[in-house]
Design a protein around this ligand. Structure first.
Ligand SMILES: *[C@@H]1O[C@H](CO)[C@@H](O)[C@H](O)[C@H]1NC(C)=O
Ligand SMILES: *[C@@H]1O[C@H](CO)[C@@H](O)[C@H](O)[C@H]1NC(C)=O
Ligand SMILES: *[C@@H]1O[C@H](CO)[C@@H](O)[C@H](O)[C@H]1NC(C)=O
Ligand SMILES: *[C@@H]1O[C@H](CO)[C@@H](O)[C@H](O)[C@H]1NC(C)=O
Ligand SMILES: *[C@@H]1O[C@H](CO)[C@@H](O)[C@H](O)[C@H]1NC(C)=O
Length: 316
């Protein structure tokens, strides 16, 4: 019995260690550095611009340690961007009257689709992403080999930039209110209601997505695996479900071990009892007599051990 107690203590300790390990990875600590990601993606997006034609969209390639992220680049004259905008650049519709500062003759708009890395680089505890985080950032196009470029200031002065998430959005769960979230260059989120659940409008550059308050959804939305799109709920939710899985498996493990121990103890107990009984019989010298039946010797009972008592004897 002492060893069972020790076993249980060990298992409980293991369980505590597991949960502690999980909590150590709670939201915040897993946050990547979104600004250095911008720098890296600017470099990789520019690599796709080899003798680029103005106004053409070039898809870039990300390093293999960032598989799941998609990037693109388009080079524009700032004069034509101000006059005409860009009808459709991936999910973005860019109107006329965009002002870029400081003045550059040509600029590059870098597009980012963070895919399954969205909640890694832009964790939003309490919210669930319905779309990947998309980025639109403006850089000087003077030197296409340049790295560590500063962002240009980019502002819509008349109509807003529209973002059409139709092709990448998970349907809004019933009862939930879809909100557009905008991460400015300082990284802090800014929320607006999204009228249609798939469109957002913005006046500045940065990173954008559609989210719902996690407490408004009964069941987590089924992650739609569209081409290149894989959504993760925010880190806190996945950690919570992981935590539950671990708790359930620890409890299940303890139950299994206890069941095994119980079976073992019971088997041992019944065997001991049997042995004891047999020994008792041997001690009492009770053995079965044998008799010859033909050529074989078979055991026979040596008569009745308890003599029947006649009822009338008791009565008498
Ligand atoms: C990914 O790899 C690139 C180049 O191989 C490296 O510069 C970058 O730091 C790595 N990023 C992460 C997040 O591991
Ligand atoms: C995203 O998915 C790719 C494979 O499709 C994987 O290599 C990568 O680790 C995933 N990123 C995250 C943050 O889970
Ligand atoms: C989500 O909604 C609940 C209930 O309406 C509210 O208490 C909570 O503050 C909201 N969470 C966030 C992150 O806005
Ligand atoms: C462009 O940038 C690269 C990398 O920073 C640098 O080596 C090169 O000299 C620059 N070219 C010009 C023309 O400034
Ligand atoms: C958004 O994109 C979808 C599919 O590409 C298209 O059917 C829809 O008309 C677009 N919505 C707007 C408001 O542009």
């Amino acid at each position: 019995m002492e060893s069972i107690g020790r076993c249980i203590t060990l298992l409980v300790l293991l369980g505590v260690l597991f949960t502690g390990h999980c909590e150590a990875q709670s939201p915040g600590s897993a946050t990547g550095d979104a600004r250095s990601l911008d720098t890296l993606l600017q470099d990789y997006a520019y690599r796709s611009l080899v003798h680029p034609r103005t106004g053409f969209v070039y898809d870039g390639t990300v390093p293999s340690n960032l598989t799941g992220i998609r990037i693109a680049a388009i080079r524009l004259r700032s004069g034509s961007l101000r006059k005409r905008g860009v009808d459709s650049y991936k999910e973005f519709g860019i109107p006329s009257d965009i002002v870029v500062q400081p003045y550059v003759k040509r600029l590059v708009l870098v597009y980012q689709n963070l895919g399954n890395w969205s909640s890694f680089y832009y964790p939003l505890p309490g919210y669930t992403y319905l779309t990947p985080v998309l980025g639109l950032l403006a850089y000087d196009a003077t030197n296409l080999s340049a790295t560590n470029l500063p962002k240009l200031d980019f502002a819509a002065t008349n109509l807003p930039v529209s973002i059409n998430f139709s092709n990448v959005v998970v349907p809004v769960p019933s009862g939930a209110i879809a909100r557009c979230v905008w991460f400015g260059l300082n990284g802090s989120p800014d929320f607006r209601d999204s009228e249609s659940g798939s469109m957002c409008t913005v006046f500045r550059q940065g990173h954008f997505s559609i989210v719902v308050n996690s407490s408004e959804i009964v069941l987590p939305p089924a992650p739609s695996e569209g081409p290149g799109l894989s959504l993760n709920p925010v880190v806190s939710r996945s950690n919570k479900s992981k935590l539950w899985k671990i708790i359930v498996s620890v409890i299940g493990g303890i139950a299994l071990v206890l069941l095994a121990l119980l079976t073992f103890v019971m088997l041992k107990y019944t065997r001991n009892k049997k042995v004891a009984k047999m020994e008792q019989h041997a001690d009492a010298g009770v053995s079965l007599d044998t008799a010859s039946v033909g050529n074989a010797r078979v055991p026979v009972a040596s008569g009745l051990r308890t003599q029947p008592i006649l009822e009338n004897e008791l009565v008498a």
